[in-house]
Design a binder for this molecule. Structure first.
Ligand SMILES: *Cc1c(COP(=O)(O)O)cnc(C)c1O
Length: 452
């Protein structure tokens, strides 16, 4: 029997994160102040984010950044996460490809989001912050931050998009179990929320409105900082623990991935798995590795969006970011992969895509659930709807290998389990799930209405 799972011992867990910004052939273009349009410096981010995260955000010189000992200690509660050879899936597909996945679903909160939540909460505590705010859509990030805040003795206030607050009460309960205060957004507790509710009393909420509320609360409250679970460069930095571990674990398996595949919301799990391997592609040590980001056909910012300066939120409170975007007022269809319903991509990934160092593809919702079903039946793990996108893409590639007879090594990121998303599987099983692909015309129309 060949080895199926690969683990690192505690002292092999990386002690530094990898900052790809330092090694990129073309650095990301600067963030711009939303009001003055001037280039942002770290100090300009301090009113919203903690100082260390602000510095990490714009750090384009240090390839390696130390993981604080207390954060690394918390990592050891669930890391290393296993690297798994998916023999069951390979057999089900009859493919000669070797399929591996990095299982981030084993974190205490069920997803990769905790890797950055712990770091952000730790730095806030160090800097004398007492309260943190954030928004959450699907609920994964809110859950991770709520737990991380509890670990480091901070109060957490989470704005949960109203429709998800109502449709996913157990997610809300999970955040409350970890001691967070959870508010449905839009709410009457902020100026931004009141404005929206005055205009649209039945507004169901969106990530854009929830971000505006959380940022406003952080700005108005002393010793309170805002935190974000994706998109930003410091979040991607923290997630590189995934790929740095995977690199060592692939070596234990005696292989090197030909293709690295990850689902794409704002880019943090893709960055986390891919960037440590991409450094070998940039240095020329490993040529020909393919890096594939997989997005929903209903929210195709990488495959159909435009590279431009855009805001991260609906109200325009965030810095302007140079990124692939569908426009900050884009309202994606209500697909189940809530973690992938974001209009823009991170600035690093956007630059890498522009420079041809990675590629992107999109998948329809029904294909993702078919992939999730096959994965569950062959590997025993019910995947999160977001993760199903990476699985669907991996299956496509594995079937191409079957056609051509190539035994490529495929590595994908299993970002989370789907045990809190069974309502989505229920809809799939009862045949009520639909596809919402966006046509080029719809994308064009949305971008044509676009103004800053
Ligand atoms: C948030 C989330 C994603 C997408 O976010 P990225 O920042 O693109 O990684 C993917 N999978 C799960 C389980 C998530 O919670």
């Amino acid at each position: 029997m060949e080895q199926k799972r690969f683990f690192l011992s505690e002292n092999e867990i990386p002690t530094q994160w990898y900052n790809i910004q330092a090694d990129m052939p073309n650095k990301p273009m600067p963030l711009k102040n939303p009001v003055t349009k001037e280039d942002m410096k770290p100090e300009d981010l301090y009113p919203i984010f903690c100082e260390e995260c602000s510095r990490q955000e714009l750090n384009q010189t240090d390839s390696w950044i130390d993981i604080p000992e207390k954060v690394r200690q918390m990592y050891t509660y669930y890391r290393s996460t296993p690297l798994v050879r998916a023999y069951g899936l390979e057999k089900a597909l009859g493919t000669p490809a070797h399929i591996y996945f990095k299982n981030e679903s084993v974190s205490p909160v069920g997803s990769h989001k905790l890797n950055s939540a712990l770091a952000q909460a730790y730095y806030c505590k160090q800097e004398g912050v007492t309260n943190v705010t954030t928004e959450t859509g699907a609920g994964q990030w809110g859950t991770a931050l709520s737990y991380a805040a509890k670990v480091f003795g901070l109060e957490a206030a989470v704005y949960q998009v109203k429709i998800s607050y109502e449709q996913k009460p157990y997610r809300r309960n999970m955040m409350q179990v970890f001691g967070a205060q959870v508010t449905a957004s839009p709410s009457m507790s902020t100026r931004a929320g009141k404005d929206i509710l005055t205009k649209y009393p039945n507004h169901q909420g969106s990530l854009g409105t929830a971000i505006s509320e959380a940022v406003e609360l952080a700005r108005m409250t002393p010793n309170c900082k805002y935190t974000l679970g994706s998109v930003l460069s410091h979040v991607s930095l923290h997630q590189t623990i995934i790929g740095l571990e995977a690199e060592k674990q692939m070596a234990m398996a005696g292989e090197y991935p030909d293709e690295i595949i990850a689902c794409f919301g704002g880019g943090s799990n893709f960055a986390g798995l891919a960037f440590p391997f991409m450094r070998h592609a940039i240095s020329g040590e490993h040529k020909g590795t393919r890096f594939i980001a997989v997005e929903p056909a209903s929210c195709p910012k990488l495959t159909k969006g435009k590279f431009m300066y855009d805001y991260g939120d609906e109200a325009g409170y965030t810095p302007l970011m140079p990124m692939f975007s569908l426009g900050h007022n884009f309202a994606p269809a209500n697909i189940h992969a809530g973690g992938l319903r974001y209009h823009g991509a991170g600035v690093i990934v956007s630059q890498l895509l522009k420079d041809g160092l990675m590629e992107a593809m999109d998948v329809d919702q029904i294909e993702t659930f078919q992939a999730g079903m096959l994965f569950a039946q062959s590997e025993g793990i019910v995947p999160a709807p977001e993760s199903c996108h990476a699985i669907a893409a991996t299956i496509r590639r594995a079937l191409e290998c079957k056609e051509s007879g190539e035994s490529k090594v495929l590595l994908f990121n299993l970002t989370g389990h789907g045990l809190m998303d069974m309502a989505a599987y229920n809809q799939y099983l009862s045949g009520n799930l639909t596809n919402y692909a966006m046509s080029d015309e719809e994308v064009e129309k949305n971008l044509a209405n676009f103004s800053l």
